[in-house]
Design a binder for this molecule. Structure first.
Ligand code: ATP
Ligand code: MG
Length: 562
């Protein structure tokens, strides 16, 4: 029975686009959570059956290309066979069992997808990490997670070896490479000889599936534990209504394999819909080339990439197949959306979520877009703006963005911060999970991002969200990007300070004049009290590995000076 119910997940009829509305999504939307669920068995293997019956498009499940002309195309069936082999490598060669933790640090290579699926099949708990981690980061992650196995390539293996002795729990090291390394098992050799017979373990919906590290924008990255059902079922709304995917689509998400975003958009959301996951292992990031060369229909990228795109103009490229674009991870400036639309004819559908959640708010396909807004809440959550006493605030009032968790916690929310009950408990206020982000809901039910709670500036009694000021600044042709933070002031307590990266054309302008011009510009396009009284021109902004602006670093520097 549980299997049958989850099969309905992917065979549920797809709503007719023409009659689409947010209200319709809300009404149609009812996700059942069975007692048992395993994404590999209940979704991927189901697509294999649909594929065999000839009832889906001929697109592969995974289409991987690199910059050197190499290509891999796997059907759902091939993905099934290969991931079963990897499952046998994990359970036989590495004796891993249900609940054991596995750290995976690989670039965008097909093996990354195989290990993801194999961990689901074996019930081992996957912990992805980015290639850019240092030996110190790896040590921290190995010790904190008590992982029993690490899977990586030659570029990261030396860093693992340099700290391995300090990690008692680490028993197996798997090297994904054509060459061999002392103390490491060779993944490719083992895979060649492994059997493709594997019986998927039975997992309950709430059993742990993976631990994702948050981006570390505000501090040390947190180990966010997710169950089999949270992303596996909860990202249905994202795949179907925000990304607008069907099994005929070829979907490209550019995020690095180390983050939850990659699970969201390079595994769960597209595969729930049977869509093709397109992967480009790029030596250099120029998505314009991929979008014009490959028949990508849906594209997902963080705002930084769109900002870069519109700077470089797209006129010499045509994206023939592209029909739908989304952005998430940071707020996207209305000006960038406008420019993108002018150049491609397409809207950017912004989505808002966290490592801890599935999609919280989104501009769903077919919905009216209000530029600068994160759209409306996902139907699987009850999202509210609350005050410090957890009272729900009316439209138009700024407060904390929160998700109701009482009387029942959504199964589509993280289970806990792994091994840290106190930190987990600290996210709850009254009946709500508090996101740590500030926002506002308007009369039409659209949500507007103000800033991370710590980033909001309080100047002479005015509360100012950095994003609004940054958006105003980026509208000026001289500004590539900016970060707005609070800075100490003897009279006002704190004032708005902008760190600004100028375009090459303006870089040599007189800073005094430039500052005056930009201040006047902000005063013109937004409420004048928000204008940055202080300004600093910089070559680049401090960012996390995933490319998010680290305002707290700039803020701390400001306040340390005085
Ligand atoms: P850490 O929690 O370690 O400080 P992080 O919060 O950046 O890092 P993620 O879980 O990757 O880690 O990011 C989620 C956060 O990203 C959200 O809480 C929000 O602040 C921001 N975010 C995501 N999407 C949007 C969006 N569309 N608009 C504004 N902010 C967004
Ligand atoms: Mg966070």
């Amino acid at each position: 029975a549980p299997l049958r119910r989850s099969l309905q997940l992917c065979s549920r009829c797809y709503p007719v686009r023409a009659s689409w509305s947010y209200e319709a999504i809300k009404q149609q939307y009812r996700l059942e959570v069975p007692e048992y669920f395993n994404f590999a068995r209940d979704v991927l293997d189901r697509w294999t059956e649909v594929e065999k019956e000839g009832k889906k498009s001929k697109n592969p499940a995974l289409w991987w290309v690199d910059g050197a002309g190499e290509e891999v195309k796997w059907s759902f069936e091939e993905l099934g066979v290969l991931s079963r082999k990897v499952s046998n490598v994990l359970s036989d060669a590495c004796s891993l069992q249900w609940g054991d933790r596995v750290i995976l640090i690989l670039p965008r290579i097909p093996e990354w997808w195989l290990v993801n699926v194999a961990c689901m099949r074996t019930g081992t708990v996957l912990i992805p990490g980015t290639q850019q981690l240092t030996a110190k980061d790896i040590l921290h992650r190995l010790q904190k997670s008590k992982a029993k196995c690490i899977i990586t390539d030659e570029s990261v293996a030396p860093a693992v070896d340099s700290v391995g002795a300090e990690c008692q729990s680490l028993k197996f090291k798997l090297l994904v490479s054509d060459s061999h390394r002392e103390g490491w098992l060779n993944f490719k050799d083992l895979l060649k000889n492994a059997s493709s017979d594997h019986h998927c373990v039975t997992t309950k919906c709430q059993d742990p599936m993976a631990i994702y590290f948050t981006s570390g924008t505000t501090g040390s990255p947190k180990m966010t534990q997710h169950s089999h059902s949270s992303y596996g079922i909860g990202l249905t709304v994202s795949g179907r209504y925000w990304l607008d995917l069907t099994s005929s689509d070829i979907f490209w998400n550019t995020s690095d394999t180390g983050w939850a975003k990659s699970a969201w958009s390079s595994i769960f959301s597209p595969w729930i819909q049977g869509a093709c996951v397109f992967v480009h292992k790029m030596p250099h990031f120029d998505p314009r080339i991929s979008l014009s060369r490959f028949p990508i229909t849906v594209f997902c990228s963080p705002p930084t990439a769109y900002r870069m795109f519109v700077q470089h103009k797209l006129s010499s490229y045509t994206f023939k197949s592209l029909r739908h674009c989304v952005s998430a991870g940071e707020p996207i400036n209305p000006d960038v959306m406008e420019e993108w639309k002018a150049q491609t004819g397409l809207d950017i559908h912004e989505g808002y979520g966290q490592t801890e959640t599935v999609l919280i708010c989104g501009n769903f396909k077919g919905m009216k877009i209000k530029p600068g807004s994160m759209g409306k809440p996902s139907p699987e959550y009850d999202v509210k703006i609350i005050d410090e006493n957890s009272n729900i605030l009316p439209p138009g009032k700024e407060g904390d963005i929160a998700i109701r968790v009482k009387p029942t916690r959504s199964p589509f929310l993280f289970t806990c911060y792994a091994d840290d009950p106190e930190k987990t408990e600290a996210t709850i206020r009254g009946d709500f999970y508090v996101t740590g982000d500030r926002g506002m809901m308007d009369e039409d039910g659209y949500f507007w991002f103000v800033g991370r709670a710590d980033d909001v500036i309080n100047s002479a009694g005015y509360r100012i969200g950095p994003f609004e000021v940054e958006s105003a600044l980026v509208e000026h042709p001289a500004v590539v990007e900016s970060a707005v933070v609070s800075s100490p002031d003897p009279i006002r307590g704190e004032v708005v300070k902008a760190f600004i990266v100028l375009t090459p054309d303006y870089a040599s302008h007189d800073p005094e004049k430039m500052m005056k011009e930009l201040q006047d510009h902000v005063k013109k396009v937004t409420a004048p009290y928000k204008y940055p009284r202080k300004m600093e021109f910089v070559e680049q902004l401090p960012k996390t590995i995933s490319g998010k602006i680290r305002r707290n670093e700039l803020r701390q520097k400001e306040w340390r000076k005085d």
